[in-house]
Design a protein around this ligand. Structure first.
Ligand code: ZN
Ligand code: ZN
Length: 282
């Protein structure tokens, strides 16, 4: 396969951010495994007995070795996913993807509207360090923002809502945080992989990111550019009444805590999630 077409943005680098959860793995369900890379989660979906599984999101820059080690620990030596599904293309969700694609030689899928940001054609709007929030918002000016180019290795998710290699999941378009953001949902047991459509730890406080204090929150503020769409996406997910959720940042959550927290976020989105000021707040 033509490897030379794969490249990260020129500003991709190791980001020295961490949390108490870094390196921690949680088996949320027998076929749902969540692992925290510094401050972001990756998900391995599939039963370890069957050896067929999918990786959702690809962690922080320079962490491919960790992701491969976690995968082999869960599924056995030399195991590899059937595909990598991206909830969106922010640097903390595609950080290790090129090394992973080269190592595993597997297809990558993302929403059609996210493709320009994954094929070097468009860059996300700059993160907003002036947004209401704490230290992480201010640090966001240093986050990588140049588009990654996965060339022909990334393909659009099927238009019918199915998720390749995950028979019982469907993808749901949840824009706002990014234009082509998706969440994955399984109706059978109402399992949700939400990406950054909402998160379970506030991303603007360095202290809360580090301690991972549970708080069902809106999408990370410094990166979210369409708050009306973000509100609609949260309401769409709340209406599904998920029983279990893994979000892009923060611990997995289930049951009453999830239902109540998500319903409240949907109801009071403007007060809870939307910053009072910032360049993307109308
Ligand atoms: Zn994001
Ligand atoms: Zn994120």
């Amino acid at each position: 396969m033509p490897k030379e077409e794969l490249r990260y943005g020129e500003d991709y680098k190791f980001i020295p951010a961490t949390s108490v959860a870094s390196g921690v793995s949680i088996e949320v369900l027998p076929d749902l495994y969540c692992h925290t890379i510094q401050i972001v989660n990756i998900c391995l979906v599939g039963n370890p007995d069957k050896k067929e599984f999918v990786l959702v999101d690809a962690g922080m820059p320079k962490t491919a070795d960790d992701i491969i080690a976690v995968t082999e620990k869960r599924f056995g030596a030399n195991s590899r996913p059937q595909a990598i599904i991206l909830t969106h293309g922010h640097f903390d969700h595609v950080g290790a993807i090129i090394e992973l694609v080269k190592h595993w030689n597997v297809p990558v899928y993302a929403h059609e509207a996210e493709m320009p940001y994954l094929t070097g054609k468009a860059r996300y709007p700059e993160p907003d360090p002036s947004v209401e929030g704490g230290m992480v918002a201010k640090m966001s000016a240093f986050f990588p923002n140049e588009p990654i180019d996965l060339g022909g290795h990334v393909q659009p998710l099927p238009g019918d809502g199915t998720v390749p290699h995950l028979e019982d999941f469907r993808w749901i378009h949840t824009p706002g945080h990014t234009p082509g953001h998706v969440s994955l949902f399984r109706d059978r047991d109402r399992t949700l992989i939400a990406g950054d459509a909402f998160v379970t730890v506030r991303q603007d406080s360095l202290y809360k990111v580090f301690t991972q204090e549970m708080e069902i929150s809106g999408p990370p503020r410094y990166y979210t550019t369409d708050w009306n769409a973000a509100r609609e996406s949260v309401r769409k997910l709340a209406a599904l009444q998920p029983e279990t959720a893994i979000t892009g940042h923060g611990a997995p959550v289930s049951g009453e805590k999830l239902r109540e927290g998500l319903a409240k976020l949907a109801r009071e989105f403007d007060q809870i999630a939307m910053p009072d000021y910032g360049k993307y707040v109308q």
